[in-house]
Design a binder for this molecule. Structure first.
Ligand code: GAL
Length: 422
């Protein structure tokens, strides 16, 4: 090789090396993660994951783009605006089920994650019940970080003892009504605490389940059961009855406010997902059995009305490599075992270190294995966002006029316009 050629080769090698190192340097410097985990019972779990992120990737700034408001009541609108402006966050929180498949996947907003699933062996560790809920045409579209339970009745044991009322029987809806009657008779005006609109929908879905049972409940969502049936009429009646026990200022309370009424002894009961356990235990420092206690919403024992928070990879993510690193953390044992013990959820993975979890969460893990699994409405499993939002409107109307027949007619109609009913 002549001197000139040698120089050329050396120059090329130097340029290639410089280019490679500058590529490495211009790798993602940021990761923007969007969720609604800001307040008590919400952010401790996320912060634990952020801490791991900062240890693992000190050079990639974690931008926490959380928008306050339980169940995504504000966040989802902000996300929709960003998506329509072509400005997706690098990853966002989306519920497994119809919210994901019938909303974001249907709109072509997400990348499939087949390779990530294979590389990480996730098909072997995520529950078989969950995979179809995050897949379309056999391709998975999100990484589930947890399983939450929706049908939980939280109660204050000291308040029941003070009024000399036994905890209800979790197999009997009527025993819960009897307990609330006894509390009212003893002078407690609002034995059941309630909050803003989405918490009313949450209460409704649990009473629907308690009234019609898990089989019909599931069939209502897949179009095989009739929303016009006497069962549903009864469920609406039960919902109306339960609403007679709630605090009058419900519309202005967050879920934390409503949970706190129970913690403070100003109400005996609250129906909320088990993020409330994270709030009671981690944020308020209460002990299970004395400060708070739980049972399945009476009439729903044996059913696990679930939802799952999962994270996605949008088409056009600005920091795609960082987003993939984030999803890998979300699906990892390390990530899930840091997040869930604080969040008040059980891990989506089947190989978690059970000893890290609270007594309640260990009980939830046991129930998850044996109970009949049904999906949540208020948290994205059974209905896409359009259907679910239209049900919210109908429920809002019902809260004002208490017209059960009109609510049922709306539910019949919405299954046709937004759901699978013909
Ligand atoms: C749910 C979400 C939970 C919890 C809850 C209250 O929709 O899945 O993780 O954050 O809202 O905000």
């Amino acid at each position: 090789m002549g001197h000139k050629r040698l120089m050329l080769v050396v120059a090329l090698v130097v340029i290639a090396t410089l280019m490679l190192s500058s590529c490495a340097k211009t790798g993602d410097k940021q990761l923007e993660v969007f969720s609604w985990w800001t307040g008590g019972g919400e952010e401790a779990g996320l912060n634990a994951m952020i801490k791991i992120w900062q240890e693992k990737y000190p050079d990639i700034e974690f931008v926490n783009a959380a928008v306050a408001g339980g169940a995504g009541s504000n966040a989802k609108a902000v996300l929709a605006t960003r998506l329509s402006a072509g400005d997706p966050p690098d990853s966002w929180q989306g519920h497994a089920g119809q919210e994901l498949i019938g909303t974001y996947v249907a709109a072509g907003q997400l990348e499939p994650l087949d390779d990530l699933y294979k590389e990480n062996g996730w098909y072997d560790v995520f529950p078989a019940t969950l995979i179809p809920l995050i897949s379309k045409d056999g391709h998975p579209y999100s990484v589930p970080v947890n399983i939450h339970r929706a049908n939980v009745l939280w109660y204050n044991p000291a308040v029941l003892a003070q009024y000399n009322v036994d905890p209800p029987d979790p197999t009997s809806f009527d025993s819960w009504i009897a307990a609330m009657d006894a509390l009212k008779a003893a002078g407690m005006e609002a034995p059941l605490s309630l909050g803003e609109a989405w918490t009313q929908k949450h209460l409704f879905e649990t009473i629907l389940l308690a009234t019609v049972g898990p089989d019909t409940y599931t069939k209502l969502w897949n179009g095989e059961a009739d929303w016009g049936s006497a069962d549903v009429t009864k469920a609406i009646e039960n919902f109306g009855l339960v609403l007679t026990y709630v605090n009058p200022d419900y519309a202005s309370l967050s879920w934390q406010d409503a949970s706190k009424l129970v913690a403070d002894g100003d109400a005996a009961f609250n129906v909320m997902g088990d993020w409330a356990e994270g709030y009671f235990r981690v944020d308020l420092g209460l002990k299970l059995g004395t400060g708070f206690n739980w049972m399945p919403v009476p009439g729903t024992k044996g059913s696990y009305q679930f939802l799952s928070d999962s994270f996605v990879l949008p088409v056009g993510a600005k920091h795609r490599d960082a987003a993939i690193k984030w999803l890998t953390l979300c699906g990892s044992k390390e990530g899930q075992d840091a997040f869930n013990p604080l969040k008040g959820s059980i891990p989506a993975r089947s190989d978690a270190d059970v000893s890290l979890y609270s007594e309640y969460l260990q009980a939830a893990m046991a129930d998850w294995k044996v109970d009949t699994i049904v999906g949540s409405l208020a948290h994205g499993v059974v209905a896409n966002d359009t259907w679910s939002n239209d049900i919210s409107t109908a429920l809002g109307q019902y809260l004002t006029d208490k017209d059960g027949a009109a609510l049922q007619a709306a539910l019949v109609n919405l299954c046709k316009t937004d759901g699978p009913c013909k």
